[in-house]
Design a protein. Sequence first.
Length: 241
Amino acid sequence: MRKKIVFFVLVVFLFSAFVLYSNEKPRVGVLRFTNTVAGTGFWVWNPKVASELQDMLISELKSTGAFQVLERKEINAVLSEQDLSASGRVSKETLVKMKRIKGAQYLIAGTVTAFEMSNSTGGGISFKGIRLRGRKTKVYIAVDVKVIDAETGEIVDARTIEAKAKGTSIGAGITIKDLSLSGDDAKKTPVGKAIRACIIYISEYLKCSLAKVHYPRCMKKWDKMEKKRRKKTKESIDLDL
């Protein structure tokens, strides 16, 4: 009888641990974005853009509610605060409890592999002898996303995410030396809209593939989009087979 009780308790414990583990949200860290697109026209890559894209994806992943998003960039600040609390120079009322910092299960890496922008002018208005032309802009961007197992270094998932945007503006022309994605002005441009859309798509894809929200039903949509993308890419390349 005693053995049966011990066995029953053990089964309950293991089942509870399994449920707790299976319900845990994936712990992810986001790496700085990289770029393989040559700097032409508007697209001028710089470290600031890499950091801004990283912050965008962190925010979008967090907003899905499907992940534990770990802040890797500010880790030194967290450790410094813990060290200060442990030094005895902080009052007991505001003392920060020392806890182990969680490690990421997966690292998310993104590489911008395509960026295209086309402009066409026409129409516009005249004001006191100054002619302001209307400009229609179309933007396309593609990002290769990789999900890396933080323990083994294995790439467990990879996908190319695309986004497009278009818009019309009236102006005398602006030259932008250093691309920046922050600020309301950048967000309203076709470039800003396409980039933001691509980041949102990435977060939605990872919510499906990694966090398994509405899986596998949601994956049918992404697999259909991937099949269409690959077919379009093959048709645009003249291969002599």
